[in-house]
Write a protein that binds this ligand. Sequence first.
Ligand code: FVH
Length: 289
Amino acid sequence: MTNTQYSPVTLLGLGAMGQAMAAALVKAGVPTTVWNRSAGKAGELVAAGAVEAATVAEAVRDAGVVIAVLLDHASVHETLDPVAGELAGKQLINLTSTAPEESRELARWAAGHGIEFADGGIMAIPPMIGGEGSAILYSGTRAVVEAHREVLELFGTAEFLGEDAGLAALLDFALLTSMYAMFTGYFQAAALAGTAGISATEFGERAAAWLTAMAAGMPEYGKKIDSGDYSADVQHLAFQKAAVDAMVRAHRDAGVSTEVIGTVQQLINRQVEAGHGAAAFERTIEELR
Ligand code: FVH
């Protein structure tokens, strides 16, 4: 049964994420209209109380807020451009993963059509939606997020970052970058461990414990970076170079590619060659800035 305390929500896109979000809305009694490009994905949602629209125009007509959870920036335009007129005066939240500049472009597009816009970065996978640990970062027009905060909190913690529509996507992608680099580091390391007959599962358990302990040091790394003072009493870059050079040799000796650890080696080498061997490891960020 729908709950009249909520204004109607239209959700565009019923992929894995869109379905999880629509299910959370329906479960809470939010009047929910769904649309998906290809048919056959709304069955369970309709059975649970959602309304399926045949067209995007029909879907957005009576919406209090329209939420797009599509594949990418191009699919957002492909879906919304034809209904820009119908969206005028309405509120739109894009939860599709888009690069920050793409989010800003969407904000300009929306403003040009009289649409109030906020963008979001989903820090969760579909099974997490509505549960503990699910969080969504928002930026753009604060009023859009605040007007629908109660509904948005059904997906996960809703954090508003600021008026720059690209900010949520930027932080989302920064966090994802750290995750991709961490998992790729695990793949590199598991390949090395595998040459000694250690399964990726067993190594994964060890790596998870090790990385959890090490990750606690990140804010301290951040303090050093933010201070700009890269002086180091111990474990300076020349020391790190010796260790990473040995790790690269270990991979070569074992017949394993050095692509991931080799990139770390190159960054450290460039800093040492530039005369920063006595500086802290954190100075490696200067190679990336
Ligand atoms: N799934 C996840 O773990 C991640 C978590 C973090 C955030 N991402 C982003 O969320 C967006 C949606 O992801 P998804 O998991 O729902 O993705 P899919 O299951 O692949 O569904 C894609 C939907 O997009 C529709 N679609 C694709 N192209 C078009 C188009 N040109 N016009 C209209 N709709 C389009 C697709 O429709 P169909 O193929 O079923 O017809 C799906 O509804 C995404 O940005 C993630 O990066 C999820």
